[in-house]
Design a protein around this ligand. Sequence first.
Ligand code: SF4
Length: 401
Amino acid sequence: MARPEPIRLQRRGDVRLSALPPLSLYVHLPWCLRKCPYCDFNSHERASGDLPETQYLDALRADLEASLPLVWGRRVVSVFIGGGTPSLFSPAGIDRLLADVRARLPLEPGCEITLEANPGTFERDRFRAFRAAGVTRLSLGVQSFDDAALRAIGRVHDGAQARAALAEAAQAFETFNVDLMYALPGQTPAALQADLDEALAFSPPHLSVYHLTIEPNTAFAARPPAGLPDDDAASEMLDAIVARTAAAGLERYEVSAFARAGHRCVHNQNYWRFGDYLGLGAGAHGKLSFPDRIVRQVRWREPAAYLRQALQGRAVSNEHAVSADDLPFEFMLGALRLAEGFDRPLLAERTGLGLQALEPGLQQALDRGWLQQQGQRLRPTARGFDFLSDVQQLFLAAPKA
Ligand code: SF4
């Protein structure tokens, strides 16, 4: 087979990096049993027996091979298989995917390998087989244990399946994540407490809790569900989540993520610290650094188009070099999500910029009490966490005259 042409990098910005950041790998598997009405991810309905699994794995392999020249010599610190519903793929398929990756990219010893799974695809042997294939961390999209709430947000599983899947995840994996959502249609504070109590009863090493938001171009945007809690009620729910998780020994290390010591998500932390990631699969985004530029890539979004293009070594539909003017916002977008914030040397290493490049936003954020500075470190205050998107906006580049 002819070797695919290396991807041409389009533009060089005035960026100078002294070191390359850690490299992660994201793999997108784009199918779900049913599209949830709030979901704006690149996910497409497909019955589980109807997946073009082998073809898609071939396309991912071709995509990876075409991408190798961009990451020669670099080791991968984490792999995240997301979706969609990756657990719809067979364990043999996930095993092949990881074998294809290992044969082409060196993984750091103990590399975190996360697979997203939905309780609706739960079978005991399946979860164990994912573990045997090399998955080290399962991320379970539970969202709620309340059957009525799960129906209201269009999930295919019920509370009993969520409990069974969690019990198995706790047995089969040393570390796992539970995704919960709050501000669900008709949800009361007591119902939220019940969801938290149920989740925490499984002693999850990691919990992610997301506000149900109505995103454009979703079924909920066209027909919003009745009974959504208002902003004040949602904010009180978030306070309750923060208090309850802290009492259970989970640290809120990121705006939506709570973990026990030693169980923070390596992969997501690399995103938030402006690390690099190669994104493979339909619609996957990537960010790759070079000594003189930082490049963002997007792959063909429609699975059929991706399959066609990736098999010809042309998986990337769009790529651009990030301009130096956009780097402060791009860096702060992730760094401000972390409770520990960031050190000045990290900003310099990842972007080539000094703190002065963050002005005037930095001073405004300090003046408003949204950020605090301790020596080399800048971190969001509790108030800054509450107004995260306002704080992030302060670092947008001024429009060019
Ligand atoms: S299971 Fe997840 S990815 Fe699939 S449609 Fe629902 S929210 Fe979207």
